[in-house]
Design a binder for this molecule. Sequence first.
Ligand SMILES: C[S@@+](CC[C@H](N)C(=O)[O-])C[C@H]1O[C@@H](n2cnc3c(N)ncnc32)[C@H](O)[C@@H]1O
Length: 295
Amino acid sequence: MRRLVGWPTPRFLARLLGEERPARAAVTERDTPHRFVDTYPSNQNVLDLFAGEWSTMMPPESGLVAHPGGSNLIGDERIHWLAETLGSLEGLDIVELGPLEGGHSCLMQRLGARSVTAIEANARAFLKCLCLKEVFGLDRVHFRLGSFFPYLERSGPTDLIVASGVLYHMTDPLRLLALLAARTDRIYLWTHYYDPVAIAGRADRNLFAPPEPIGESSHRGSRRLYPEVALSWQGFSGGSDSYAVWLERDGLLGFLAEAGFEIAVHDDRPDHVNGPAISLCATRSPTAGTGAAAD
Ligand SMILES: C[S@@+](CC[C@H](N)C(=O)[O-])C[C@H]1O[C@@H](n2cnc3c(N)ncnc32)[C@H](O)[C@@H]1O
């Protein structure tokens, strides 16, 4: 049978001609490190599915190892501080943005949250969340695969939104802050911010553009490119774009104050190893406004 050069063979014909190629690259050994696991079933086997890609350290008493697992997220003192600042997490319905591997989700269930709805966009990270859900029996945590932007646009009010490690990955951070303010009266934030002096002293200062006003607002942000080495790591925990916008500290606090929040700063480190960083809890008296559209 003759074919016109440059025209793809229709799929059913290609099958008949034996020309059909897989629709996408074959699954590699890297994608499925163990097709079969023939040792005794264990939680360690579950964690080993993603060996080399874990950020979360397993609690020592669990006897489990997640490699390299350098961050103590399941015992994170920032979340303990949040619980103390609010009085308790007991009985709260919490929305968590970007749970990564579910370490904070696990801790918030342990601290008594009634429910944690954790929205993760990165498919591999989501699968690791499911691993932790199974390993630690997280029956009040629900991981959802997708972006928190459309989720927040359509969801109703919630008791608390935990946005740890996500704002500085956004290309439109004010949009995210506006959505948070529209959906809750309690926000936890841990984020990097732009500080000219601190950034000027950093080796990676060339990744940052001079700050500019964001849209029509009076708040400014600096475009920050992701280093190539970060983008290429399988365990990359950033956003889906090649850059993000880092707000200035005063702009971040000012935006929340304008939205009626009182701010308790837990920790503020201009000299944080990965860039200036702040940990805070923003609360306001219950408003009738939460749950309304953020536009
Ligand atoms: C730096 S990690 C923070 C993990 C954890 N919350 C913490 O504080 O350690 C950022 C996480 O947010 C996720 N993420 C980024 N943009 C997202 C989006 N639009 N929707 C859902 N998850 C997102 C990333 O995939 C990643 O898991």
